[in-house]
Design a protein around this ligand. Sequence first.
Ligand code: KIV
Ligand code: ZN
Length: 511
Amino acid sequence: MKDQLIIFDTTLRDGEQSPGASMTRDEKLRIARQLERMKVDVIEAGFAAASNGDFEAVRSIAEAIKDSTVCSLARASENDIRRSGEAIRPAARGRIHTFIATSPIHMEKKLRMTPDQVVEQAVKSIAWAREYTDDVEFSAEDAGRSEIDFLVRIFDAVIKAGATTINVPDTVGYNVPEQYAATMRTLIERVPNSDKVIWSVHCHNDLGLAVSNSLAAVMVGARQVECTINGLGERAGNASLEEIVMAVRTRADVFPVETRIDATQIVPASRLVSQVTGYAVQPNKAIVGANAFAHESGIHQDGVLKHRETYEIMRAEDVGWGANKLVLGKHSGRNAFRARLQELGIEVESEEQLNLAFASFKDLADKKHEIFDQDLHALMSDEAITPEIEHYRLVASRFHSETGETPQAELTLSAGGKETRAKATGSGPVDAAFKAIESVAASGSELLLYSVNAITTGTDAQGEVTVRLARDGRIVNGQGADTDIIVASAKAYLNALNKLHAGTEKLNPQV
Ligand code: KIV
Ligand code: ZN
């Protein structure tokens, strides 16, 4: 019998700290449902004290998710912990994850606290958290650069106070595998009652070592790995879930652990996260990159045709490649449409929303014969279907682009319920469309990213556009999808403006 390795996914919290990756409540819910389908053990749903929106997102996930533990992050302060406690209250299984920095540089320069004060605050925090749940995780932020004697002291104290999981983050991605494993081994040996808690790792990827460091610690006793889909996360990201899970599974001869993960849900999860956040997956990314199972050289192709295992250590279908099956077409009815949305975990909140979505589906089916799961995800992300954040909407458009002529866009926009016309020229029709929108919105925002991807294959595929805008220190991502990529671009720009318009200020937990 192997030990179970707990997979703790923090895509919705640390992943969301990637610039521009902030997600709406509905987007988070959709990802949480996919994580539950994948059988993730713990979903870190957010940082409840960051904003009212974050609180609501954690609470909605706690209400909706039944098969995974739902966790909220909290700084070691009474207010943060009580907000987290309230947010996870509806969960079938809820966890509070509280943290405080323990490295000399963080304690002295950031917290301006003495080590004694840090220990005292950590212990009080565990007691506050235990008022809400007996599943309490403690993280020593920047443990990777902390003194081992101090880590032993603080972990001893928080375990006595009731912490059940002890996390040892390499917050700045500074560690190397042997050293990180040695730290973990020493802690497990020296901390009293270390066998009564789960030891956890949380590694950042600044030196590209997050997965290696995490797995090195698993070899010496860590039994929880904190990771994210596609390795999303603060700066260079976190350890990637798909790499951890498939390393443990593929090298079962080496690792003393197994996970509960349904690996066939990995590629759908990767695509969903990429679609929602606008973070494209690099083609050569392990497991989920478009080329991860492609054999280009003749020698490799020949080998694989003769015997697959000559060049393949995993099977593409085992991680969910090919799962994006043809689902619906022009003649599919409302019930088939509703059923497929349910299978994909896409919640439709009202009959009105379903009617709007079904009308958009029929429009799409007129333009495109085969509708795939990814099309449905894109369609349901369309803000026409989530009207609560909609301030600006594209009503009609006309674009002119001709050799030797200046491209032009003429748009009819609805702004706060009032229709307005706008016209502009630009270096291309997309540029003209954005200028026309700005002539109405005057947002004063800066365009950080514009990217177009084909959602599926074929020239009738929908183009999926991401627009990242920044204003006054806030960064948002807008998405739009359409078979016409100029329309998709205008929708994405308006979606980003709507998020800027609706947005409440958020705190970053580490600040
Ligand atoms: O990187 C880090 O230290 C964190 C903690 C809050 C766990 O994200
Ligand atoms: Zn982190």
